[in-house]
Design a protein around this ligand. Structure first.
Ligand SMILES: Cc1cc2nc3c(=O)[nH]c(=O)nc-3n(C[C@H](O)[C@H](O)[C@H](O)COP(=O)(O)OP(=O)(O)OC[C@H]3O[C@@H](n4cnc5c(N)ncnc54)[C@H](O)[C@@H]3O)c2cc1C
Ligand SMILES: *[C@@H]1O[C@H](CO)[C@@H](O)[C@H](O)[C@H]1NC(C)=O
Ligand SMILES: *[C@@H]1O[C@H](CO)[C@@H](O)[C@H](O)[C@H]1NC(C)=O
Ligand SMILES: *[C@@H]1O[C@H](CO)[C@@H](O)[C@H](O)[C@H]1NC(C)=O
Length: 607
């Protein structure tokens, strides 16, 4: 039922009436006051990984979470709560330099000009709020493939990263709700999945949309018609091949976004008094004594800097761009970079900020004649019923965001057209690992509906970097995504466009097509033309990783060991997207939650 839920925003000592945001249960005594204090663990960053590990550690110890942002439900309203809004209203994810400035939810990061992508400067949205990027993402929940986990285990020399050994931590985080077929009301979009790969006791709701976008059912048929059959186990059982209706991080009872804040933070605050939240609080430095991390310097909404001390450990979960930045400004990183800025070197780790992997994506789109969520809610005659369905039934187009995904390996004939070096790089990857991920979408232009199929590379060969130009945390990190620094990525995307054109040539796609190809458009035909289109139009998927890569001690680029401990110091771990050793095929948030569960478990066992 539609109701105004009352929430307490304790730091403002005010009750704010907020519709549809869902309850935020935070008591005044759980919001920390600025000033020196001591805890067992200090977690830097209240994002996806940070709130997960903080909640688990708070089961048995005292924990402070320090987060630069506040509550997205208050700061960004229903934009960040209603599933469809992640696609149509979250304007801040605009990748161009004209993105709307929203400093209360986004870090406003800009990249260096991408020299192999027409010198484009890109805006890389990252959540600055409790929940972090789990409050801005598009909620798809998929895991990776068995062979990718095996590669991870091999590369870091620790068999606890194989799929079978990680699975308990994926399961632990999640509470799965089976699809509500009555609400979905789409016989040809019944999700297939393996219930054994899910648990149902974790704080994080995972469920399937309570509504199916009709355009996506046609695009799903098109992808199936080109040979990518339904995967009977879905995307959580270790096999990324074929196609599947993807579940999302959505609370199915209310059809609201599930973030690390609505899941793990709520769980912790409801269960004990061990967790204190410092929001609107910026960590400027990690403090060390004799190479042991002893705490952090913090300022809350402009207060004088104070110290939070860690009796046991500091855990850095500031995300893929800010974790390496915080390490460097605190004295951990490439020696030359630190010395040039007069930062005393605590641990000379050349890999900090290196190895950045950013999966690149390109789309093929056509105008279509089918209905879709975005066209329905944009139609003044249909919108009231869509709102009624959403607020009264937690269903209808507004409840829908995660869609249909297929994974692909290039067929032999197409593979044979690639340059020999690119073929060799692909051949070096495990043979069951996907090379491309296709996502079906439907976008309302304001006057027409576009059916879109995007392709994202699963194995990123290009490397980028994060560095600093100032010892001041308030200066932005210098981000080079390194797009197409390895030409293999461009070659694979050229092949991807050809594959997606095959999908659009199938009978189901032809049935709904209304006119010629809209993007790239028929004018782009030769490989050179396609590559030029890709360089000018490719987009990020916001899945960047590996800037503080996990590895073996003897690997000079490794930043943390397989228990996430930073090399060269004691009492400091990094737990977030930055420690993935490479870019995992699939979507990353499932792994961020599982990794935080795994390291929390290791810490509790005394490892
Ligand atoms: C637009 C978008 C769409 C996406 N779609 C999907 C999807 O559909 N499926 C999927 O699986 N993944 C998706 N992702 C990726 C996924 O959400 C991220 O990989 C994941 O959330 C990263 O988690 P993290 O813990 O590493 O970082 P974050 O969740 O970003 O957390 C980092 C936190 O640290 C805080 N912080 C940083 N510096 C400081 C400091 N100095 N002091 C205090 N706090 C600090 C930040 O404010 C933030 O809250 C998407 C991401 C985006 C941005
Ligand atoms: C979200 O809020 C806006 C502005 O308050 C309102 O116009 C819109 O109808 C709301 N959307 C949904 C889906 O609730
Ligand atoms: C931050 O400080 C300003 C000025 O003192 C105040 O108006 C504002 O409400 C504070 N914001 C938060 C989130 O505490
Ligand atoms: C860091 O930069 C911010 C923003 O420019 C500024 O307000 C602050 O004083 C600087 N801090 C130091 C220690 O120089």
């Amino acid at each position: 039922m539609f109701s105004f839920k009352r929430i307490a925003f304790a730091s403002l000592n005010a009750l704010i009436a907020l519709s549809e945001a869902g309850p935020i249960r935070i008591r005044a005594d759980q919001v920390a006051k600025a000033g020196d204090a001591k805890f067992d663990y200090i977690v830097v960053g209240g994002g996806t990984a940070g709130l997960t590990i903080a909640a688990r550690l708070a089961e048995t110890a005292s924990v402070a979470v320090v987060e630069a942002g506040g509550y997205y439900q208050i700061d960004y309203g229903n934009v960040s709560v209603v599933p469809l809004n992640a696609l149509i209203a979250a304007d801040v994810i605009d990748p161009t330099t004209n993105f709307p400035r929203r400093p209360y939810i986004d870090w406003e990061l800009l990249t260096e000009p991408q020299v192999n992508a027409n010198n484009r400067v890109l805006h890389y949205a990252q959540g600055k709020t409790l929940g972090g990027s789990s409050a801005l993402n598009t909620m798809s929940y998929t895991r990776s493939s068995r062979s990718a986990y095996q590669r991870w285990a091999d590369q870091v020399g620790d068999s606890s990263y194989t799929f079978n050994n990680l699975l308990p931590f994926y399961k632990k985080s999640v509470r799965l709700t089976p699809p509500n077929l009555a609400k979905r009301n789409a016989a040809n979009a019944t999700p297939e999945y393996d219930p054994r790969s899910f648990g149902n006791g974790g704080p994080l709701d995972v469920s399937w949309n309570n509504w199916v976008d009709p355009t996506l059912t046609w695009l799903a048929k098109a992808l199936q018609a080109m040979g990518l059959a339904i995967n009977p186990k879905g995307w959580s059982a270790g096999d990324l091949s074929g196609g599947s209706w993807t579940p999302g991080t959505i609370d199915p009872a209310h059809a609201t976004r599930e973030s690390s804040q609505t899941s793990f933070l709520e769980y912790a605050l409801a269960n004990n008094n061990n967790l204190k939240v410092y929001h609107h609080s910026l960590v400027s430095k990690i403090l060390f004594k004799n190479k042991r991390a002893t705490g952090v310097s913090v300022s809350t909404n402009g207060t004088a800097v104070y110290t939070l001390s860690a009796k046991k450990e500091v855990i850095l979960s500031a995300g893929v761009f800010h974790s390496p930045q915080l390490l460097m400004v605190s004295g951990i990183g490439p020696k030359a970079t630190l010395q040039a800025l007069q930062i005393p070197v605590i641990s000379d780790l050349p890999g900090v900020g290196q190895n950045l992997r950013d999966p690149i994506s390109i789309g093929v789109a056509r105008f279509v004649n089918t209905p879709a969520a975005q066209s329905i809610v944009s139609n003044p005659a249909l919108k009231p019923e869509a709102l009624r369905q959403y607020y009264e039934e937690a269903a209808g187009p507004y409840s829908s965001v995660a869609g249909y995904i297929s994974f692909d390996r290039l067929p032999a004939d197409l593979r044979a057209t690639l340059p020999a070096e690119t073929q060799a790089k692909l051949a070096a990857m495990p043979s069951d690992q996907p090379e491309l991920q296709y996502i079906a979408g439907a976008i309302w232009t304001g006057t027409n509906l576009i059916g879109s199929t995007s392709a994202t590379i699963s194995n990123v060969f290009s490397k980028g970097s994060v560095t600093i130009s100032s010892a001041n945390i308030s200066s932005q990190p210098i981000i080079d995504l390194g797009w197409f620094s390895d030409p293999a990525d461009g070659d694979v995307l050229v092949a991807a466009i050809k594959r997606l054109r095959q999908a659009w040539a199938t009978e189901p796609a032809q049935t709904i097509s209304a006119g010629p190809e809209a993007r790239p458009g028929v004018a782009a035909d030769t490989d050179e033309e396609l590559l030029a289109y890709i360089k000018s139009s490719a987009n990020m998927m916001w899945h960047a990783s590996s800037t503080c890569a996990m590895g073996k001690k003897k690997d000079k680029n490794a930043v943390v060991d397989s228990e996430a401990k930073v090399f060269g110091v004691k009492g400091l771990r990094v737990v977030d997207m930055s420690i993935l050793p490479f870019s995992l095929p699939g979507q990353p948030q499932s792994t961020v939650y599982a990794l935080a569960e795994k390291i929390a478990d290791a810490i509790k066992k005394g490892n």
